[in-house]
Design a protein around this ligand. Structure first.
Ligand code: SF4
Length: 205
């Protein structure tokens, strides 16, 4: 029997209200071959880096965080579908919800012959699908970057996709600053202008 692959984790955030409905944990994965022009996360393109992590330990961290579920983003979650399908299934078994961002179109994913892609889809409640288009910035819907990106309700959980866009700034005990959430470039530039150069990193999908 083959072992479930490790997940290359770029960032784990215990709790956030900027990456989906309610208070959620969030996992950014390392590696994305789609490479949308204007992506806020070019540091996550390469498959090198990140911290190889077992799906079981990620499920444990999400459950221990006491949030309503997990949001998977990146990087490209479906390029690590086997490991993340195990994470999503484990989170769902714990009674929590799963929201997954992808740069792939839903039509492409749902016809994939890859069993792990199908498994990650079947363990996802709310899918946000499609590449980021910097010529189609979305100023209306929360969490998404561009108007071409689709909300797909794969279950009836996480039905409410209304809410404000938020940007969160996290300062670690060692003084490192990280930013997550979604805002347009002007807003982010204004925010980041006040932070030490090179220490802040927006991580919106
Ligand atoms: S926006 Fe998402 S899909 Fe597009 S390059 Fe960035 S991480 Fe990849």
């Amino acid at each position: 029997m083959s072992e479930t692959p490790l997940v290359r984790v770029a960032r784990f955030l215990e709790r956030t209200t900027a990456e989906g409905p309610g208070e959620r944990s969030a996992i950014w994965v390392q590696g994305c071959s789609i490479r949308c022009a204007g992506c806020f996360n070019p540091h996550l393109f390469g498959t090198r880096g990140g911290t190889p992590t077992t799906p079981e330990s990620l499920v444990d961290r999400v459950v221990a965080a006491g949030t309503s579920g997990v949001t998977l983003l990146g990087g490209e979650p479906f390029e690590q579908a086997a490991g993340l399908a195990a994470v999503a299934a484990g989170v769902r078994r714990a009674g929590l919800t799963v929201m997954t961002f992808t740069g792939y179109e839903y039509a492409y994913l749902r016809t994939s012959a890859d069993e792990h892609v199908a498994a990650l889809l079947s363990a996802t409640d709310l899918l946000v699908a499609g590449p980021f288009r910097q010529d189609l910035i979305d100023h209306e819907r929360p969490w998404v970057g561009s108007t071409n990106q689709e909300f797909l309700h794969l279950t009836d959980r996480l039905a409410d996709v209304t809410g404000p866009d938020r940007v969160e700034v996290t300062v670690s005990a060692t003084g490192d600053i990280a930013v997550n959430g979604w805002a347009d470039s002007d807003t982010l530039d204004a925010l980041l202008a006040g932070l030490p150069a090179g220490r802040a990193r927006p991580s919106a999908h």
